[in-house]
Write a protein that binds this ligand. Sequence first.
Ligand SMILES: [Zn+2]
Length: 168
Amino acid sequence: MVVDAVAFSRAGRVLEGSRKASEFVRLTQGLPVPQDAEITWRVAGRQDGGTGRLWLDVHAQGAVRLVCQRCLRPFVLPVQVGNTVGLVKDQAQLEALDALESAGEGSDVEYLVADRQLDVLALIEDELILALPYAPRHDVCPGTADEPGHQDVTKPSPFAVLEQLRKH
Ligand SMILES: [Zn+2]
């Protein structure tokens, strides 16, 4: 799905849709299957009345199956993206804004060189990849003592074992 980013934003156009997580190949490569959650997405262009600046509001919502870095079991994590991307006219302007930002003077906004051939789904995919946690984990891993109602009662405590040894 390719649009002219400048024309798209100027006209205040909106594109939206939904597709299976597995169709975002870069997002889900190396992750456990199935990736059958539906990801809904929306990109809206707008132009700032005063400054004439062009923006893309990027939203996506769905779920991705990941591997828990604590118990190494797969689980489904809801993901959500809500970002505003500023369009700049060329690489030089992009670098100037990045330099401002690293000097702590710019705003914490993401910028993109305005592309006549912007692949909207690739943009959504980039944002989803950025939204994934670096080390995904269950809030509470299944089968652990922390999980309410699933205490492991069959395993004797080390103290009980010690007690048995003492009796003999
Ligand atoms: Zn876990």
